[in-house]
Ligand binder design. Structure first.
Ligand code: SAH
Length: 245
């Protein structure tokens, strides 16, 4: 047996180094630790949300608490706290954190409110709402997303959220009226059932407009049976689709 010479050792070190670099290239999204996620979440709130003018402490506390990465496919988790929407599969997206905060604050929520969400998606927005109000009802048209969101919310211990697989255009008549309604997909007109489901004094926020074009986020309030509509900002959401079956 011969001794490993200096030349061999250099070669071996180079080989190990090359392997490490290759592994880095193969796994660019190496897992982030739980306390890293907590730090990223706090940075998200101060750098993207407080800095843009969101003040409601209940919204800020909820955004600091809910583990957004748990609602996102494993591969995307290192990006969970970035300032952008992310893909959640089935061609759908979870909204940018600031938009979630803005829409939640616009609803002027009170602890005892019952809230309806259309477009459960990952379940993240529903979790934010459930941190603030007593009960959240959420409807998702894609079966596999509704099922996954339900599992995620259960694994995080939420007991005040009801997820239903169905068509949001029909609303949730058995549980209406609602103090607040949030629509996280874009219809071309305000759905009739949702106008009816809004309680007196209730607030609704939704992106209005056609798919592929810029939509307008509008806030609606119901006073003495009359709907008042206020434009908030330009946004881009996935379309609110109609059930074909
Ligand atoms: N609020 C979600 C993101 C929603 S993405 C979150 O926090 O992750 C918009 C969702 O609306 C998609 O999952 C889409 O499937 C759903 N959707 C589209 N049309 C719908 C309809 N008519 N009824 C219910 N959900 C609908």
């Amino acid at each position: 047996m011969r001794d490993t010479g200096k030349g061999d050792r250099v070669l071996m070190a180079a080989a190990i180094w090359t392997l490490m670099l290759a592994a880095g290239g193969l796994f660019p999204d190496a897992p982030v630790r739980a306390d890293d996620f907590l730090r990223l979440r706090n940075e998200m709130v101060s750098g993207q949300i407080v800095s843009r003018g969101i003040k409601d402490t209940r919204v800020l506390d909820a955004m600091r608490k809910v583990p957004r990465h748990r609602f996102i496919p494993e591969r995307q988790r290192p990006h969970a706290y970035e300032d952008c929407p992310l893909s959640i599969g089935e061609g759908q997206t979870i909204s940018q954190p600031y938009i979630v905060a803005f829409m939640t604050e616009a609803l002027d929520l009170k602890k005892e409110d019952r809230v309806l969400e259309i477009g459960t998606g990952s379940g993240y927005q529903a979790a934010i709402l459930a941190e603030i109000v007593s009960r959240v009802y959420t409807i998702e048209i894609v079966d596999s997303l509704a099922e996954r969101a339900q599992k995620t919310l259960k694994s995080l211990g939420y007991t005040n959220i009801d997820v239903r697989h169905g068509d949001g255009y029909k609303g949730w008549p058995e549980e209406a009226p609602f103090d607040a309604i949030i629509v996280t997909c874009a219809p071309e007109d305000i759905p009739e059932a949702l106008k009816e489901h809004l309680a007196e004094g209730g607030r609704m926020i939704l992106p209005l407009g056609s798919a592929g074009s810029v939509q307008t986020l509008i806030k609606i309030s119901k006073e003495k049976g009359i709907l008042r509509v206020k434009d908030e900002m330009a946004v881009r959401f996935v379309p609110m689709v109609r059930q074909t079956r």
